[in-house]
Design a protein around this ligand. Sequence first.
Ligand code: THU
Length: 135
Amino acid sequence: MELADPIVRKMRELARAASEQAYVPYSGFKVGAAVLVEEGELFAGCNVENASYSLTICAERNALFQAVARGHRRVLAVAIYTPTAEPCPPCGACRQALIEFGPDVEVFSFGATAEQFHARLSDLLPHSFSSKELR
Ligand code: THU
């Protein structure tokens, strides 16, 4: 999957639109995410903060859980958008949540400028904890 692919551009636009819905009264840091599942559908999410700070959910997990709640179990890619100069990589918790549904997930991060970040999740979270540890 390339940054120039139409589906990746669509994911960027979905993530950007989702970032406008971010509920961020505490950090002011808006994040939007779009997840592509193997069936070809896209799911978007934004970060939602809480006065009890630790209850905050990141945009990536919000999007991921919406996909899972609709029955999807295989994620191919995630796009993250922040209205910042630098693209924002996914936090560690979101890396772990995403890898449950695909070690090969491709991660695309976009800022408001032309700068982009593209990586494979397995490179962002090597030696990750998984179900095989539970056997
Ligand atoms: N945030 C995300 O939505 N995704 C990330 O990968 C990193 C952080 C959110 C959580 C919080 O609402 C704000 O950004 C500042 O940490």
